[in-house]
Design a protein around this ligand. Structure first.
Ligand code: PCA
Length: 206
């Protein structure tokens, strides 16, 4: 069982991203070959990086991690949409990526499906996290920023070139030391417990 686990660098002027710290700390369960890759928070760059990683490693499972600071629990994403958009939902704020690109309402892959569902067992994953005592939920939007872009790009590759591969995305909240003005936080140990439980779902179970 080979799992590709990705996470992101900090973005939007912050100096840490909990997904990066999880990537550094998490350990492969028995029988799992874990490939760890840190991604830049850049729409364009991640596309080619991900295509290269899938081709090079041909993993059985791809799990991508990112931060969604406005959520109280670990979110297991169900769907990725074919849309890059840096504009906030109220239309007031544009958040460029780390390369300075700021797409608004741009299709990711012309002519491709408007959305893909993950082919990972989202409810089993939520249950596995909850059983460790850590709050978790299925989420029906990964947003329209770089996390959604990564989830969509991987699922489009899976649909097009790798029919046996499974892939999905997980968002984690802010850490307490990120001091969000508003928003939720989760202790680092709980994040590790939750993500470790997910990896263990695939231990003997492709
Ligand atoms: N979260 C952002 C991008 C990188 C990250 O960790 C997102 O939710 O799109």
């Amino acid at each position: 069982m080979k799992i590709l686990l990705t996470a992101f660098e900090p973005f939007n002027g912050r100096d840490i991203n909990p997904s990066q710290l999880i990537l550094e700390k998490i350990e492969a369960p028995e029988g799992v070959a874990l490939i760890k890759e840190l991604l830049p928070v850049e729409f364009n760059a991640t596309t080619e990086i991900l295509k290269g990683l899938l081709k090079q490693h041909q993993p059985d499972v791809v799990i991508s991690l990112g931060q969604a600071g406005n959520r109280p629990e670990i979110s297991v994403e169900r769907v990725a949409v074919n849309l890059d958009n840096c504009r906030s939902s109220n239309g007031e704020k544009i958040t460029p990526d780390n390369a300075g690109d700021a797409p608004v309402d741009q299709v990711i892959v012309e002519g491709a499906p408007q959305a893909y569902f993950t082919n990972l067992p989202v409810w089993d994953m939520v249950k596995a996290i909850q059983e460790t005592g850590v709050p978790a939920a299925v989420s029906y939007t990964a947003g329209t920023y770089v996390c959604n872009h990564v989830m969509y790009t991987v699922l489009h590759e899976v649909a097009t070139n790798y029919p046996k591969m499974k892939a999905g995305f997980i968002h984690v909240p802010f850490l307490p030391e990120q001091n969000p003005e508003k928003g939720y936080v989760m202790e680092f140990n709980d994040m590790i417990k939750g993500i470790q439980a997910i990896l263990e779902c695939f231990e003997n179970n492709p």
